[in-house]
Design a protein around this ligand. Sequence first.
Ligand SMILES: NC(=O)c1ccc[n+]([C@@H]2O[C@H](COP(=O)([O-])OP(=O)(O)OC[C@H]3O[C@@H](n4cnc5c(N)ncnc54)[C@H](OP(=O)(O)O)[C@@H]3O)[C@@H](O)[C@H]2O)c1
Length: 207
Amino acid sequence: MRIGIIGAGMMGGALGRLLADAGHEVLLSSRHPEQLGERARDIGGQCGPIIQAATWGDVILLAIPFGSTEDLDMAVKDALMHKVVLDASNPIADRDGYAYDEVQEAGTGSGSWTQRRLYGVHVVKCFNTVHYEVLEKEAHREGDRIGIPVASDHDDAIETASQLVRDCGFEPVVVGKLAESKRFDPGTAVWNSSMSAPEVKAALGVE
Ligand SMILES: NC(=O)c1ccc[n+]([C@@H]2O[C@H](COP(=O)([O-])OP(=O)(O)OC[C@H]3O[C@@H](n4cnc5c(N)ncnc54)[C@H](OP(=O)(O)O)[C@@H]3O)[C@@H](O)[C@H]2O)c1
């Protein structure tokens, strides 16, 4: 699968490497693609501008500051239409300002906020609960794997994301619709907990 990654920092880099190692084609992008050549080569992928990641990718990973999704160019948002977009971003009060406030006020989770900004896109919230160093160190571990909560309003997005989570060496835990992403946003018990999949399921009361 071709994975276009928007945001080539700690999360985009760590997930890009895991996805490339799993045999996917990866393209890293940011507002400064000219700075990404070495990192892209290192993980065995390509790099380019954000619009290229959005048009080229079969699936897109959003790994940028939470509130920045709103500011993506209209051409980028149009290119994402009907695609599965994995949203790994987290609303952080100091960084995301009013976007953080809106998530708190709406009470329908950070995934719903992103979905409202990306019309016609199949947004799935996942990978936001796990620190990038945990991604790097714990992928494909023996025994119970770390659980990655997954939520979307679109069944195809749930299916695709779950497979990509497995490909990266973790275990998906399907939580439900995007409004349920509030159950694994920052500040919840499972967020940044490194819980195994059985522990995440028990904490969230899902199968
Ligand atoms: N770090 C973690 O362990 C971790 C874990 C789970 C979730 N997250 C979430 O994942 C997201 C990325 O975190 P990170 O730690 O990877 O951040 P980071 O290392 O600071 O990287 C952010 C990336 O996004 C790009 N970017 C910044 N502002 C942008 C904008 N307005 N439009 C497009 N691209 C922009 C940056 O490149 P340019 O500035 O060159 O564009 C950079 O490539 C955040 O929402 C964070 O909360 C992080």
